[in-house]
Design a protein around this ligand. Sequence first.
Ligand code: SF4
Length: 704
Amino acid sequence: MSFEEPQAIRTTCPYCGVGCGVRARRESDGSVQLSGDPEHPSNFGRLCSKGSALPETVGLAGRLLYPKVDGRRMAWDDALGAVADGFTRAIEEHGPDSVAFYCSGQLLTEDYYLANKLMKGFIGSANIDTNSRLCMASAVAGHKRAFGADTVPCTYEDLEEADLVVLVGSNLAWCHPVIYQRIAAAKEKRPEMKIVLIDPRRTMTADIADLHLPIRADGDVALFTGLLAWLDEHDAIDRSYVENHTEGFGDALKAAQPASLERIAMLTGLNAEQLTAFYDLFTRIQKTVTLFSQGVNQSQRGTDKVNAIINYHLATGRIGRPGMGPFSITGQPNAMGGREVGGLANTLAAHMELEDSGHRDRVQRFWHSPRIADKPGLKAVELFQAVADGRIKALWIMATNPADTLPEADLVEQAIKDCPFVVVSDVVNETDTVRHAHVKLPAAAWGEKDGTVTNSERRISRQRPFLPMPGDAQPDWWIIAEVGKRMGFEDAFAYDGPDEIFAEHAALSAFENEGTRDFDIGACAGLDRGGYDALQPFQWPRPKESTSSGQVFVDGGFFTQSGRGRLVPISPSVRREHDPAFPMTLNTGRVRDHWHSMTRTGRSPRLSQHLAEPFVELNPRDAARHGIANADIVRVSSGDGAILVRALLTDRQSPGSVFVPMHWTDQFASNARVDRLVPAVTDPLSGQPASKNAAVRIERFVAT
Ligand code: SF4
């Protein structure tokens, strides 16, 4: 195709899980023109600052352009041969579980599908996980417990239609700005719409909230179990729905006890007036969506929090109806697509389970694969612990930078450095991960890639290329397929394009669900290149009985064995281990204008103008106690290390806690890698790290 198209190409923003449609065009002078796609149902033409600045980030500065082996430029054939040999050797000498892939929510669905097919179906291990483990694994685990499958009940339209939107652990205004804009616009039209923000920080999102609850870190599990008990006491349970469509209500209610306001206040750090205000709003207003994000998921009790939220929606029948439901928002552009194709170490494609022998058999038959992994693999944090202790001999990292973004990041970087064979396929030439790779494979970037992504409301959209691939860069799916062929699996990895992979993924979904559920994606099984190119954004799964807005569970049926939604008993208690040496709580997260470890947004001077350097937000009272003034350099330390960041005093931060953004690495600013402070503590069910509750201390830094 020509890359100087007279008309714009319709594609999808590569940043957050909102999945905004964009129209992009390459001009004859090489510059890129870009605008929001007014016809895309996720954003209707809106874009945020990051999306608008995409043209500034597509240049070739810092690009990895050619394959390299041990620092020397190689032809693709030699580099791919080195990867296949390295993995084959490790498997022959140490078995299939001695190798691992670490993927990314930046990969397209087709890339993700192939990486999982190669590892689970042909290598025969499930040691493949993803940085999406850090983003939504607790929501996945909670959905499976409650619904019997990982299914997101809501859509963006529900947020606009709700009379009460409860935002939990989510700074939408900065992290999912277009959803924030849609809710803000809905509230402007209907001022009676209520918004509650539950977050230890008074973030920018609080600007549209009628009520902000500055909850103590991890206090939300008590807040929500307390709500279930309150609803029961105030005769606000939907007894008919509970009786006909759910199971486990009695046990969940029992586990929520004791739930006096005094006890819930003690566990949450809120007062009785704040609790009553929230509980009363929820009791009075029927059409309610609870939207949650990393403040819920990134916790040692992340899965319990998710189920505590789902419990009160099931108990009130507020699910599967317009403007109602629990709604997990994903952080990354294709975290959801990864879920669909078995991108986690404990899942299989088409939402099948690795631990289910029937599912394993079905996938193996479909793939005609010589073997299939028969047990769940290592989840992100444990995967890198296995690299560190030498169990993993060959590691392939795709499109992500774990040396900066996983908990105990310094140990992770050292583990990568010490691993006998490391392959990195990426867009950039230099990150704290890429620099340790024995083999570097240049991948196509956004604007060059061709495939699909799925956003937070389960909407599949196309990413289409409008720029030529520079140097020797190749799409991720092609790189994975070529390695698969060189490992001896020629037929299974012979694809001519991403359309064939997508059609295969759709066929597997149809194969899995034949006669049981009706999924639109199954209709894509026979899709040809023309049909793939013409794909319009669509949602799945979508049972026949779906509402026009694409909601699921509309008939009160769920995917559990009994067909009922399951309430899970959740204890309100919060475990506190207080180390007097590290008396403060560290919360990490995103800022408005940067993305992950800034490999892309760091290239835009405009985006860096918003917040130009790493900082720590702290309450003025804490600052005064430590003799810290605004703009001082502060040393923030935990048992795992220390960073130096600029003090930003704000009463948006609750006393006793600090906030440091996740983006700056030691590559961008000296001693700024905040994930070195975060301990490798995970939710036991989901394996998601608890990135919002590290124990730290702060002190004013004086250079000597
Ligand atoms: Fe991109 Fe998210 Fe901004 Fe939309 S809201 S333009 S998907 S970063």
